[in-house]
Design a protein around this ligand. Structure first.
Ligand SMILES: [Zn+2]
Length: 430
């Protein structure tokens, strides 16, 4: 089985490649990356005018299975990923039951092998049932294939337990993915605390609610030597804390989401619950700080925090609505449109943030076009313009503030282990 991808702009930051080249795939493996490969035995894909990259990785996804299949399941979530240009996703453990033991982790992997169309790595919980009290058996979780641990959505409130979790995770060089939110500072806040929360009459969530816990976890990472990864960092203060910690040699990494990079709290004024997300959309100065964090290397990767919800949890009053955005199918197009095509972010940096960036955080053998590795490839059409239509989403979650937005620059083809799984936004079944 051979596949030749011809004439695209190959961008592989891990190998310092940015040139018009061909890629030969043989039996699901990258066989050759060269200028003008003459092999004509297999299928040929004309990629001229396209950007050809290592397969994109989204390290922060809620697939909802087991337990919440009415919101999403592994079949629908991985199709949404493929349609959105991702070849690998990591799924968060806030399922029912929680991924706090090897049985549930193995279930997720088996389901992914059977019904999924992209690579799926489970993330185990930090504490049993994500209850914040007793540590999960991390040794079991690692043995079952978990690539990190997180109580995402339910921050570990007790600093002593977080410290023990770091001591334990360090034994396996396992990243602790921390959802940083000091609940006592959040209260019943509904949106970012600032000018627009006052204008719209909503209770606000201060940036301190995030930064207090970012500080705590950085201090604990310094104490224990463990790897803490800050999920969905959203404030200028978080950027400063992480930048400083990195300079000191503390093992901290972080991700930012497309919605925090592209949307401000001003849009909450439409009272559309699809703008409700945790952490909340911030003001312009924070968007600028996140982009600055990307440009100076403070930010390691972009992750969607894909959080599909059922319509009834969003089609209601703002303060009753669930937090979260269905992000897999608009992430790449959003970043291409809002940053790359506007000249604010170089293509190779964007590719790094979606490939080798998250792969390095997790320590997985993905995110490059190295010869001999799985042929996971994402091809982007930088010129294609399309309006976001949630009726076309593969995700069961239609909750996105990007609906109706016209975006330029979309994933064109998604290839997993040498097999074309999505083309022009449509899944290729079989
Ligand atoms: Zn979270």
């Amino acid at each position: 089985m051979k596949l030749l991808i011809k004439g695209g702009r190959v961008v592989d930051p891990a190998n310092d490649i940015d040139a018009i080249m061909d890629i030969l795939v043989e039996d699901g493996i990258i066989a050759e990356v060269q200028v003008n490969i003459l092999d004509r035995e297999g299928e040929v894909i004309d990629a001229s005018g396209k950007i050809v990259c290592p397969g994109f990785i989204d390290m922060h996804v809620h697939l909802r299975e087991p337990g919440f299949e009415y919101k999403e399941d592994i079949a629908s979530g991985t199709r949404a990923a493929a349609a959105g240009g991702f070849t690998t996703v990591c799924c968060m453990p806030n399922t029912d039951p929680v991924i706090d033991n090897s049985t549930v982790a193995s279930f997720v992997k088996e389901r992914a092998a059977k019904s999924g169309v992209v690579n799926v790595y489970p993330i185990g919980s930090i504490t049993k049932k994500q209850a914040g009290k007793e540590l999960s058996e991390m040794a079991d979780l690692v043995a079952a294939g978990c690539v990190a641990v997180s109580d995402d959505g339910k921050p570990v409130a007790n600093a002593g337990i977080m410290r023990h979790a770091m001591d334990y995770a360090k034994m396996f060089d396992l990243a602790i993915l921390s959802h940083c939110e000091e609940q006592s500072l959040v209260g019943d806040g509904q949106m970012h605390e600032g000018y627009f929360s006052t204008l719209y009459g909503f209770k606000g969530i201060s940036t301190a609610a995030e930064e207090v816990m970012v500080s705590r976890d950085i201090i604990l990472a310094g104490l224990t030597g463990a790897h803490v990864h800050i999920c969905h960092a959203s404030t200028s203060g978080s950027m400063e804390l992480i930048r400083e910690a990195k300079a000191k040699g503390i093992w901290v990494t972080c991700e930012v989401t497309p919605h925090h990079l592209l949307l401000t709290d001003e849009i909450v004024g439409g009272y559309d619950a699809d703008t409700k997300v945790n952490p909340p959309l911030r003001s312009e100065e924070h968007l600028e700080a996140l982009l600055q964090g990307i440009l100076d290397g403070t930010v390691d990767c972009i992750a969607t925090d894909h959080a599909p919800h059922h319509l009834e949890r969003k089609d209601c009053e703002y303060d009753l609505a669930s937090n979260g955005i269905s992000g897999l199918e608009t992430a790449v197009a959003g970043i291409m449109d809002g940053l790359v095509n506007k000249g604010r972010l170089e293509v190779d940096k964007m590719v790094e943030l979606f490939t080798v960036g998250p792969a390095d955080v997790l320590g997985i053998d993905k995110g490059t076009l190295d010869v001999g590795t799985d042929a996971d490839i994402t091809i982007i059409d930088p010129q294609l313009s399309k309006v976001v239509d949630t009726a076309e989403f593969y995700s069961k979650g239609k909750n996105t503030p990007f609906k109706g937005h016209s975006l330029k620059g979309w994933p064109w083809m998604t290839i997993v282990k040498g097999k074309v799984v999505a083309k022009e936004g449509k899944i290729v079944e079989g």
